[in-house]
Design a protein around this ligand. Structure first.
Ligand SMILES: NC(=O)c1ccc[n+]([C@@H]2O[C@H](COP(=O)([O-])OP(=O)(O)OC[C@H]3O[C@@H](n4cnc5c(N)ncnc54)[C@H](O)[C@@H]3O)[C@@H](O)[C@H]2O)c1
Length: 263
């Protein structure tokens, strides 16, 4: 028996990086997985890979900022596999932002729309879908930058910090209402994904780092453990939060950062 046998999970932004790793790990632990992503082809590719390996998955096009996409995603999960029991709000963007004094309102709002509004809409949809169920788990992917600040990402830090406290508010509401839904945030350090690659290219293009290789070494050195994280590192924590092993955990923040925030 897998650790997630009988669970139905929806993972957003699962066509790449951390979400892809989480979707694969969930399927290998026995969950039925809805692989949702803005990039429909990427979602379909990840779902097909899981199915080819003997798992249960479907791919779905979804923009987490659109309310109607949430209704459709939850309905699809129900139709394919039955009642939703796990939701991972993972989709996110990390533009290399301008300093606060020159950051445009449009750029600020874009990051907040995906990284915070998307988590709100997902958590709302998840509560509505899971409130009558036996045991639900909502996992909101924040960041070390939901715990500490940095430069050149004021929009990202604001959104990820808000995700941390929003998750606690949701956890308390669910507990008070008597819903058996746990809500926790997960805080990765730097993880080796396409998002990181794009970030290094952008920083290099803006002259913030001399080149992506030097930038990667500088970012790696922020992690006392001596390496970047992998999607597998984060997937392991997400399996734990989705499983009944974490039944007494709600409103908590799980930090998986190679020691980044320990200094
Ligand atoms: N990579 C890191 O170093 C790191 C560190 C901490 C937290 N995170 C967080 O982890 C999450 C995943 O990051 P990743 O590194 O795997 O990034 P990624 O860019 O590799 O994957 C993100 C996925 O989200 C999708 N997406 C973007 N906007 C979307 C939208 N509006 N609706 C639906 N899907 C959308 C993209 O198509 C992509 O497939 C993000 O929330 C990110 O902020 C990443």
């Amino acid at each position: 028996m897998g650790r997630l046998q009988g669970k139905v999970a929806l993972v957003t932004g699962a066509g790449s990086g951390i979400g892809e790793g989480i979707a694969a790990a969930y399927a290998s632990e026995g969950a039925c997985v809805v692989v949702a992503d803005l990039d429909a082809a990427a979602a379909a590719r990840v779902a097909a890979t899981i199915v080819a390996q003997g798992g249960k998955a479907v791919g779905l096009a979804q923009d987490v900022t659109r309310e109607q996409d949430w209704d459709a995603a939850v309905a699809r999960a129900q139709a394919e596999f039955g009642d939703l029991s796990v939701l991972v709000n993972n989709a996110g963007i990390a533009p290399c932002a301008d300093p606060i004094e020159t950051l445009s309102l449009a750029d600020w709002r874009r990051t907040l729309a995906v990284n915070l509004d998307g988590v709100f809409l997902g958590t709302r949809a998840g509560i509505r879908a899971m409130r009558a169920g036996a045991a639900g788990s909502i996992i909101n992917i924040s960041s070390v930058y939901g715990l500490v600040g940095t430069t050149r990402a004021p929009d990202y830090v604001a959104a990820k910090g808000a995700v941390r406290l929003f998750s606690k508010a949701a956890a308390l509401e669910c507990a008070e209402a008597g819903y058996r839904i746990r809500v926790n945030s997960l805080h990765p350090g730097f993880i080796d994904t396409p998002m990181l690659e794009r970030g290094l290219e952008q920083m290099s293009g803006k002259g913030i780092v001399p080149d992506p290789v030097t930038g990667r070494a500088a970012i790696t050195s922020l992690h006392p453990i001596g390496r970047l994280g992998t999607p597998t590192d984060i997937a392991a924590a997400a399996v734990y939060l989705a499983s009944d092993e974490s039944a007494f955990m709600t409103g908590a923040e799980l930090v998986v950062d190679g020691g980044y925030t320990a200094r």
